[in-house]
Design a protein around this ligand. Sequence first.
Ligand SMILES: Cc1cc2nc3c(=O)[nH]c(=O)nc-3n(C[C@H](O)[C@H](O)[C@H](O)COP(=O)(O)OP(=O)(O)OC[C@H]3O[C@@H](n4cnc5c(N)ncnc54)[C@H](O)[C@@H]3O)c2cc1C
Length: 404
Amino acid sequence: MGVCCALELQRRGLSVTLVDRQEPGLETSLGNAGVIARSSLMPFNHPGLWPQLPRLLKNDTVQFRYKLSYLARNLGWAARFLLNARPAVFRQTVEALDGLIRLSAPEHLRLLNESGAAHRLRDTGWVFLYRSEQGWNSGELSRKTFAQYQVPTQVLQPAELAEIEPALAPIFHRALWIQGSYSVDDPHEVVAAYAALFRRSGGAFQRLTASAIRREGQGWIVQGAQGSGGSVAADRLVVALGPWSKGLLKTAGIDLPMAFERGYHMHYSGADGASLTRPVYDTGGGYVLSPMARGLRLTTGVELDACEAPARPLQLDLAEARAREAFPLDRRLDAEAWLGRRPTLPDSRPMIGEAPRHPGLWLALGHQHIGFSTAPGTARILGELMCDGGAASRHEAFRPGRFI
Ligand SMILES: Cc1cc2nc3c(=O)[nH]c(=O)nc-3n(C[C@H](O)[C@H](O)[C@H](O)COP(=O)(O)OP(=O)(O)OC[C@H]3O[C@@H](n4cnc5c(N)ncnc54)[C@H](O)[C@@H]3O)c2cc1C
């Protein structure tokens, strides 16, 4: 998010310094499933969530696990998250996310070309897998929503699925191929290429662990943690720290209602060279399996817990067991599971814009499950708002004033 915002503001002629505690692209944007898809307009909190709650609250599914003490401390967030699953809010969210996703894809294509990373992109879409008739029926709201927003899809019977992904075991009742969508085979390399493009185009990079921000005169100061490179001053500051935005904004008196939908990944080799040609989402198994440059990347569903709580990779073990039913995974390729945190606000929409009562403080955060796909569109909206005043109605749904 930060790299795309830096590139967009640079393109608009501003003098931009990108600040990170490490090289850009080494956190959440490294470990995701690499999917850039029109179908991501469906938020996790949709009207079909309520009937699933009794099952999910048992805390034993790969799709959703939670730490009880964390949930208890964040009941307010959870209540708002659930309330925002009601149809009226859901419709607004879908509309807003669809706009953001449509805006982002062409921007990604432009940036991939300009940064020399276009070879990382596949245009083969991705596939939702359903293990039973009941599973297929529970996806009806998604399919209706896709149709309403002209997301191109094709229903696949088992034989058709076997034709496009022959390595999958014949355990699926039906599948939905999301077309007109993309994926990349190494999200980290893509972010690194975008960051290199920013530097090549004259952008400054400063490595600094931000410990606090404060307004000083007409501008903002980012204070570095002790021993991490001093401070940075700027006329305008964009906070795009993903899950770590919550902690840093607290130092400016802003209490963001952000929760952390954590998720794990692990890479595998395929037995006898078995592979996939696009990511697949096993809706009953609760995992995504993505072919990556490093191997087959298995990513898990959601674990609700504190940002910095220790990893509990049991969820990955459960996902692996389910994935082995569907695909001939061979051995693990990483020493330990990677842990990431999807930063989520109660209405599953990001915040893009200037923080109320904090002139010069801009926010680009809270992108939950779709921040890799929607970073370039977010950057466009931020640029429009910052440089052109941005009265367009598409900005309204992302107003920081919803929660600040
Ligand atoms: C398992 C999993 C699968 C996912 N799959 C997909 C997918 O297929 N498609 C998709 O679109 N999205 C996916 N996502 C979501 C996506 O990865 C995130 O929404 C996105 O990466 C968030 O990007 P970001 O730039 O906001 O945060 P990050 O990528 O986490 O970047 C935050 C940056 O802030 C820096 N930072 C943190 N603290 C400080 C500090 N104090 N000082 C200075 N710098 C700091 C970090 O070093 C980092 O570079 C997935 C997420 C997970 C966990």
